[in-house]
Design a binder for this molecule. Structure first.
Ligand SMILES: [Zn+2]
Ligand SMILES: [Zn+2]
Length: 198
């Protein structure tokens, strides 16, 4: 099996499954981009978001339900998670990412990793669901838009800090994790402050 089929191989292993239903399963992402990172996959052979139409809306609801379940089972908080799909998926088999917003992980290694989860390259579940409902299909981003999003500066997902490089961003993200007050700042007028170190 090729690398892009690794997910399909993974869901065939019972020991990989955190939760399973008759329709879908939840596994841990092998290369978590945050402290908590799960994937919800349908058992039906649906290669990607580009193979979806309105008839799949109930299936998406099931994936979303399992996403909520895994967060609950792990004793975590739903509001700490980003839940959505990659606009340009690289792995075969449709999968819903359930990733904690801290993005503190050794597997977050390059700008592409960051921007693929923190720009429009990541499509929130609700956005994809309503697009599918309205248009009966999911359209691809243009190559130029994709390149533009990948090249975007490294902007923190919790405040307005713009990091000059990935190590700086990673250090900044750890500071958010260690100092919950810095997280609260994003909702106040103070969120222009770029330093959150204790
Ligand atoms: Zn993915
Ligand atoms: Zn920040």
């Amino acid at each position: 099996m090729s690398w892009s089929n690794a997910l399909v191989k993974e869901i065939l292993k019972p020991e990989s499954l955190i939760i399973s239903s008759e329709i879908a399963v939840v596994i841990a992402d092998k290369f978590p981009k945050a402290r908590h990172h799960y994937l919800v996959l349908p058992l039906a052979d649906i290669p990607s978001i580009f193979h979806l139409n309105r008839s799949h809306l109930p299936l998406l609801e099931e994936l979303h339900l399992l996403a909520r379940n895994v967060v609950e089972v792990k004793g975590l908080h739903w509001q700490d998670f980003n839940v959505g799909f990659h606009a340009e998926p690289s792995m075969q088999r449709l999968h819903l990412h359930v990733v904690s917003r801290d993005f503190v992980s050794p597997s977050l290694k390059n700008k592409k990793h960051w921007n693929s989860f923190n720009t429009e390259l990541f499509v929130p579940y609700t956005k994809l669901y309503s697009q599918l409902e309205k248009e009966n299909s999911i359209s691809r981003l243009s190559k130029s838009l994709k390149d533009e999003l990948l090249a975007k500066p490294l902007i923190c997902n919790q405040c307005e800090f713009v990091a000059k490089n990935l190590p700086t961003l990673k250090e900044h993200l750890v500071a958010h994790l260690q100092d919950p007050k810095s997280i609260r700042k994003r909702t106040t007028s103070e969120n222009k402050r770029t330093s959150s170190s204790p």
